[in-house]
Design a protein around this ligand. Structure first.
Ligand code: TEU
Length: 544
C-alpha cells in the first residue's frame, strides 16, 4: 500500500504576519503570500502550514480567535484566501490550516454570551468555577505567567485560561462544543484545505476535578495536569470518525506534554492523528520555571531525545522540526549564528531533512535567519514575553537578566519579517513593518542567496531534492552512532537496498573522522582530498 503523501512531503511553515506584506500596511498578509507563490514552489516543498489568519483581537498573534470562519482584515479577504489556495494547488502545493481547538478569544460570541450569566446557554462552553479561600480554584499557572484562572465580576466566578486571560479554554466535555469544532473544521475542508494543524490538542480533555499541580516543574505540570486528559483519545477518535476520515485530510496535532510512552495512544490508525509535534528537544533547555528559565543542554541529551522519539514512533510517523513561530531561530539556538552561521544553518537543515519523519521548515530558516536582540524589554511584542516580565517584576527578578532570557528564548526572535532583500524594509513591505527588521538583512536575505550557488537557500533546495530522490530517507531505519559523543551527531539511514551515513559536527572543533568510505551525496563544505577529519560545523551525507 503506497504511503500517504505527507510521509514523503517537506512542509513549509508560514507565519503570515511576518512573511510578506502585500498591501503596504507593514503587516504580512495573504496577498503577500500570493506574490511569493513561485518562491514557495522553488523550494520544492509539498505543503504549507499556515498559522492562523482568522478574525482575532491579536492578543496572541492570532491564536485568540473571535470568528473561525472569517479572514481577519489584517490578512485580507476570503477572496484573497481562495486565490492563495488556488495558487498553491496550481503549483502542486497543499495547504494545512491551523485550528485552535483548546480556547477561543474572550471576544468570541460564545464567550461574550457565556460570561453574561450562570444560566446562559453558552455558560458551559467554557470552564467556570467558584474561587477557593478567596482565590483561584487551584494553583495552575498559565503558559503566559500568573494564574490560569481569571476572576470575572459579572457572575463572581473564575474561568480557566491555560494561555492568556484573553484565551478562555473551551469545554470539550460539552457535546455542543465538540459539534461546533467539527462544523468549523468541515467549513475549511469544504473550501478545499488539505490538512489541519491542531493547536494544543493534547490539552482539550480536562481533569474535571481540577486538582492542584504537585510539581513546580512547569513542563511536568503540562504533562501531568494540562495534557493527556482522560478523554483525549476519545475526542480525537470522534473527530477522526466524524470529520477527518470523510475528507482524507492530513491531521497534525500540537502535542505539548506528550511522552514517548504515550504518543502512540494518539496516533492509532483509524482513530488518531496522522502526526503530532512533540517538544522533547524544544523544552530541553527550559528549566523548572519554563521558557524564561534557561538551562544548559548537551548534544548527548539532544541526541537521546531524538533517539527515544524515533523508537517511540517506529509504528507511527514522526514530525521533525527545529524551530517554528514559538521558539528562537534554530541557527541561533542550536547552531553558531556568529562565526559559523552558514555552515551551522546548513548542518541543521541536513539534520532536519535526513531524520526519519516529515520535516517542517519554518520560514526564513532556509536562509539562516537569526535571533533579533532586543535592547530593552519594552521592545518585546509577544504576549508571552510581556506577561512573563510583568510576573517576573512582581517576583523581584533582575531586568537585565530577564532581558537576556527573552533574547535567548523569546518568541519575537522568530517573528521578525522575512528578509527578502537588503533594502530598508528587507523587501518585506513598503511601509515600516510591525516588527523590527533584523539589521543583518544587509547580508542575510533571499535575493543574495538566490544568486549564490553555495548559499544556505540553494543547499536547502539540494537537500529537498536529495530527500525526494532517496527513498531510504523516507522509509529507512534510523540508527544513531555513539550517543555519548559531545560533538558529533552521526547516524545511519538504511533499508535492504540503500545505506546512508550522516555525520554532523556540532562544534567549532576540527575533529578526526574517517570519511573515506562511500561517496558523498551532499556536504556543507567544498569537497577536500583529506578525508580524515570533520571541519567545524561540517555536515556530510555519504552513500555507503
Ligand atoms: O503553542 C502552545 C505551546 O504549548 C507551546 O509550545 C508554545 O511554545 C507556547 O508559546 C508556550 O510556550 C500554541 C501556539 O503554537 C502558540 O503560538 C500559541 O501562543 C499557543 O498555542 C496558544 O494558542
Amino acid at each position: 500500500m503506497p504511503l500517504p503523501w505527507w510521509t514523503h512531503a517537506v512542509i513549509y511553515q508560514i507565519y503570515p504576519r511576518s512573511f510578506k506584506d502585500g498591501n503596504g500596511d507593514g503587516v504580512g498578509d495573504l496577498r503577500g503570500i500570493i506574490d511569493k507563490l513561485d518562491y514557495i514552489k522553488s523550494l520544492g516543498v509539498d505543503a504549507v502550514w499556515l498559522n492562523p489568519i482568522y478574525h482575532s483581537p491579536g492578543v496572541d498573534g492570532g491564536y485568540d480567535i473571535s470568528d473561525y470562519r472569517a479572514i481577519d482584515p489584517l490578512f485580507g479577504t476570503m477572496e484573497d484566501f481562495d486565490e492563495m489556495l488556488q495558487g498553491l494547488h496550481q503549483r502542486g502545493i497543499r495547504l494545512i490550516m491551523d485550528i485552535v481547538v483548546n480556547h477561543t478569544s474572550d471576544q468570541h460570541p460564545w464567550f461574550v454570551e457565556s460570561r453574561k450569566s450562570k444560566d446562559n446557554p453558552y455558560r458551559h462552553y467554557y470552564f467556570w468555577r467558584k474561587g477557593r479561600d478567596s482565590g483561584p480554584p487551584n494553583n495552575w499557572l498559565s503558559f503566559f505567567g500568573g494564574s490560569a484562572w481569571q476572576f470575572d465580576p459579572i457572575t463572581g466566578e473564575y474561568y480557566l485560561h491555560l494561555f492568556s486571560k484573553e484565551q478562555p479554554d473551551v469545554n470539550w466535555e460539552n457535546p455542543a462544543v465538540r459539534n461546533e469544532f467539527k462544523e468549523l473544521m468541515i467549513f475549511w475542508l469544504n473550501k478545499g484545505v488539505d490538512g489541519l494543524r491542531l493547536d494544543v490538542i493534547t490539552a482539550i480533555s480536562k481533569r474535571k476535578d481540577f486538582p492542584d499541580s504537585d510539581t513546580s516543574d512547569f513542563n511536568k505540570t503540562i504533562e501531568r495536569y494540562y495534557a493527556n486528559g482522560p478523554r483525549l483519545s476519545e475526542f480525537i477518535a470522534e473527530l477522526r470518525e466524524q470529520v477527518w476520515n470523510k475528507y482524507g485530510c492530513l491531521t497534525v496535532g500540537e502535542g505539548p506534554g506528550i511522552t514517548p510512552d504515550n504518543v502512540m495512544e494518539y496516533l492509532q490508525p483509524g482513530r488518531g492523528l496522522d502526526m503530532i509535534f512533540h517538544f522533547g528537544h524544544m523544552f530541553l533547555d527550559q528549566g523548572k520555571a519554563g521558557r524564561f528559565d534557561p538551562v544548559p543542554w548537551t548534544l548527548p541529551e539532544f541526541k537521546r531525545i531524538f533517539l527515544s522519539w524515533d523508537k517511540a514512533l517506529v509504528q507511527g510517523w514522526g514530525s521533525i522540526f527545529l524551530g517554528n513561530h514559538d521558539f528562537a531561530r534554530m541557527v541561533s539556538r542550536w547552531g553558531n549564528d556568529k562565526t559559523y552561521r552558514t555552515e551551522s544553518a546548513k548542518l541543521l537543515l541536513t539534520l532536519l531533512l535526513t531524520l526519519r519523519g516529515t520535516p517542517f521548515i519554518y520560514q526564513g530558516d532556509e536562509i539562516g535567519m537569526t535571533n533579533f536582540i532586543l535592547k530593552s524589554i519594552n521592545e518585546a511584542v509577544d504576549v508571552e514575553s510581556r506577561n512573563a516580565w510583568a510576573q517576573a517584576r512582581i517576583d523581584g527578578k533582575n531586568e537585565a537578566v530577564f532581558l537576556k532570557h527573552i533574547n535567548y528564548s523569546g518568541r519575537d526572535n522568530a517573528r521578525t519579517p522575512v528578509q527578502w532583500d537588503d533594502s530598508d524594509y528587507a523587501g518585506f513591505s513598503s511601509a515600516k513593518p510591525w516588527m523590527p527588521i533584523n539589521p543583518n538583512k544587509a547580508y542575510v536575505n533571499i535575493k543574495s542567496e538566490e544568486v549564490n550557488a553555495d548559499s544556505i537557500l540553494n543547499y536547502f533546495r539540494s537537500l529537498v531534492h536529495l530527500r525526494k530522490t532517496m527513498p531510504v530517507l523516507i522509509t529507512g531505519n534510523f540508527e544513531l552512532v555513539n550517543v555519548n559523543d559531545y560533538h558529533l551527531f552521526t547516524y545511519y539511514r538504511f533499508t535492504d537496498e540503500q545505506r546512508l551515513f550522516v555525520a554532523l559536527n556540532f562544534s567549532e572543533e576540527t575533529l578526526p573522522f574517517n570519511l573515506s568510505e562511500g561517496n558523498r551525496l551532499i556536504g556543507n563544505y567544498p569537497l577536500k582530498s583529506d578525508l580524515s577529519m570533520l571541519r567545524p560545523w561540517e555536515a556530510v551525507v555519504i552513500q555507503l
